[in-house]
Write a protein that binds this ligand. Structure first.
Ligand SMILES: C[S@@+](CC[C@H](N)C(=O)[O-])C[C@H]1O[C@@H](n2cnc3c(N)ncnc32)[C@H](O)[C@@H]1O
Length: 244
């Protein structure tokens, strides 16, 4: 039986796994890469890779049995522009992303991430400042970061950290605060479930801009106040002419 959740902060998941370079994952490693973080059973990418054969698709997932099952599906279909890897995205992606040839990463998706509702568990959520900095460092200007969730309390802090980084902008034409349509031609498993129940989905598409990547620590400090406004110090009142 596959566990519903694993604790990404447990010691076992803190070990960095060395992820193979594109040349070992895909038949044509020069093709642009789409990265899906938290791909679960991988059916979204299995369909997308067949529809978008001109890209390579990589799914990363922390529950190994799901990765094994997804890889078996991929091999059965002999898809050479698709791969699934078992890892903790927060630990193992940084090195892999930093080693990618510039411009190769086309899109990153984080879809319906585990909510970890309790405040003391927020550090288990996948989009932490350090991961966002690694993604921003690997995405060239104009490349995409797509986020979606059915839980406002989960996607709002994700948006806050992306906005605080200054590295991404939304397309002018996109509705605020949430984009209506999914820009991708395939829905994830969770997305189909939620939409089948008639529940709302909150979506944001970001495009990488030209801004330099902040340090993870400064982003952590900057985003903290947004997640917990009560802790944000009140701004200094503006000095008026003649005031002491
Ligand atoms: C709620 S599921 C959503 C799956 C899929 N994206 C969808 O929309 O149907 C979130 C997935 O992210 C995985 N996950 C959570 N934390 C992770 C981490 N640090 N690294 C990699 N995968 C992670 C979970 O194991 C789970 O399969």
């Amino acid at each position: 039986m596959v566990r519903q959740h694993v604790n990404p902060l447990s010691r076992f998941f803190q070990l960095e796994r060395s992820l193979p370079p594109p040349g070992e994952l895909f038949a044509n490693p020069a093709q642009p890469i789409q990265l899906d973080i938290g791909c679960a059973r991988g059916r979204f990418l299995l369909a997308l890779a067949q529809q978008q054969a001109g890209s390579n698709h990589l799914g990363v997932e922390i529950r190994r049995p799901l990765v094994d099952a997804a890889e078996a599906d991929r091999q059965r279909l002999a898809l050479t522009n698709l791969h699934y890897l078992f890892c903790n995205a927060n630990i193992s992606l940084e090195t892999w992303l930093a080693a990618l040839p510039p411009g190769l990463l086309e899109r990153v998706t984080i879809q319906f991430p585990d909510p970890w509702f309790k405040l003391k568990h927020h550090k288990r959520r996948v989009l932490q400042p350090a991961l966002l900095c690694s993604l921003a460092g690997a995405l060239a200007p104009g490349r995409e970061l797509f986020l979606q969730s059915d839980v406002l309390a989960v996607i709002e802090p994700m948006v806050a950290v992306v906005e605080a980084s200054g590295c991404f902008a939304r397309p002018e034409a996109d509705a605020r605060p949430w984009r209506q349509a999914n820009p991708l031609p395939v829905a994830t498993e969770r997305e189909r479930l939620v939409m089948g129940q008639g529940l709302p989905v909150y979506r944001v598409l970001y495009l990488r801009n030209e801004a330099p990547v902040p340090s993870p620590q400064s982003l952590e400090d900057g985003a903290e106040g947004v997640d917990n406004p009560a802790t944000t110090p009140a701004p200094e009142p503006a000095a008026t002419p003649g005031s002491p």
